[in-house]
Design a protein around this ligand. Structure first.
Ligand code: AMP
Length: 401
């Protein structure tokens, strides 16, 4: 069975073609600058093949997907003879509101429900839907599956998702915590249980996804019971350019004091805050870590604030879970930053966490590893995330039933 996984952003299309029998990636890549000048498509055979970059006109998502299909079926460089070899397409859909607790086969009704959630994720759901509609136009008979970032967190209880504002906002407008990165938290939790040699239903886990966006999740018996991102992906951890948790009164104060419009405030909180805002250097942790701890005071401060917030959430989720078997680090920073991992886990031995500093130093992207000492009661694992695989597996399961 061959399954194409698509993640359509506003100007990008990330794709991966899986052969589910051999559990392998046949090809993968990324179309960039869709709808802009200078569009390109990266194409890589297999998981680690050489990356070829093609420059071409890609005015919209439909043309982009058609060009990706041309590359996949190209006589010389392609990986399938024709599109008829594809069995299904799985899509990453960012927001499913409270309508979807699982992945689903895409129907007209599902498309309408995804449209109803556009106001929750105005930047993400519209391009996600464009991908679905492009496939419908190119391959009208193929089955498509929606895998939502939010659905994993639908198991949260009201005490975790209701905000302390008048209840009518939840009742009338569905304002509540939704949580994001669900596919990633779900994947690493499952993989952690395998590495721990325990059933997922017996595990208490805290998963820490640190990429461009950052979130922590408390996973009890395989189910999300709390997560740091909220109604939008702005809440929780300090991120590259996003502020995370702060006193809401500050927003009112700054808008008044600096005479900021709603759009300007939105931009400040989402684009100019986080480690970029604090360090005044960069949103990319690699830039702050180079030369650490002697780079600059502001670089150190940004790393410390970033790490302190993660530590706080880990402590909070240990309380929520009443203990924890393992903490799992994943995504760009989580997989690659021994510095952040060591700052966060410093002085956590009271919790039963003892980091093995040597193992921590050598665990980099692509590698799975336990970075604690043998006598550490709570394990700390680094697990590379694989959201595409979860999307492919959900898609296979749904079309097989
Ligand atoms: P992702 O969204 O998972 O691709 O993660 C992207 C982020 O990972 C970038 O913004 C970088 O800050 C971070 N990152 C990637 N490589 C490293 C590294 N070697 N050390 C620290 N951070 C990294």
């Amino acid at each position: 069975m061959k399954i194409l996984v698509l993640n359509c952003g506003s100007s990008s299309i990330k794709y991966q073609l899986f052969d589910m029998q051999s559990n392998s990636v046949l090809a993968k890549g990324l179309a960039q600058r869709v709808g802009q000048t200078g569009s390109t498509i990266d194409f890589r055979k297999g998981n680690d093949g050489k990356k070829d970059v093609y420059t071409m006109d890609i005015p919209d998502h439909k043309v982009g997907i058609q060009k990706i299909f041309d590359l996949l079926t190209d006589k010389q460089t392609g990986v399938v003879k024709s599109l008829s070899e594809l069995d299904a397409v799985g899509h990453r859909i960012v927001h499913g509101g409270d309508k979807f607790a699982h992945s689903v086969l895409i129907t007209e009704e599902v498309k309408n429900a995804i449209k109803d959630c556009i106001h929750f994720a105005p930047l993400h759901n519209p391009p996600n839907l464009k991908g679905v509609e492009a496939i419908e136009a190119i391959m009208p008979d193929i089955r498509q599956v929606a895998v939502f970032d939010t659905s994993f967190h639908q198991t949260m209880a009201p005490e975790a998702y209701i905000y302390g504002i008048p209840y009518r906002f939840y009742r009338d407008k569905k304002i509540r915590r939704y949580g994001f990165h669900g596919t990633s938290h779900r994947y690493v939790a499952r993989r952690a249980a395998e590495l721990l040699g325990k059933a997922l239903e017996e595990c208490k886990l805290i998963t820490v996804h640190l990429g461009n966006g950052c979130s922590v999740c408390a996973v009890d018996k395989g189910k999300s019971v709390d997560t740091s991102m909220g109604h939008t992906p702005l809440e929780g951890l300090v991120m590259g350019t996003r502020c995370g948790d702060m006193d809401p009164a500050l927003i009112l104060h700054l808008m008044k004091d600096e005479n900021l419009s709603v759009a300007e405030m939105d931009n400040l909180l989402n684009k100019s805050s986080g480690v970029l805002g604090i360090s005044e250097i960069s949103s990319d942790l690699r830039d702050l870590e180079e030369g650490w701890p002697n780079k600059s005071e502001k670089a150190n401060l940004a790393l410390d604030v970033y790490s302190h917030r993660i530590k706080k959430y880990i402590g909070a989720y240990m309380a929520v879970l009443n203990g924890c078997d393992a903490i799992i680090w994943t995504a760009g920073v989580g997989e690659n930053s021994p510095i952040v991992r060591s700052i966060v886990h410093k002085n956590m031995d009271w919790f039963g966490i003892k980091l093995d500093l040597d193992k921590n130093e050598v665990t980099w992207r692509g590698a799975e590893g336990d970075i604690t000492t043998p006598d550490s009661k709570v394990k700390v694992l680094v697990i590379p995330t694989n959201e595409e695989l979860i999307i492919a597996q959900d898609t296979m399961e749904i079309i097989s039933n």
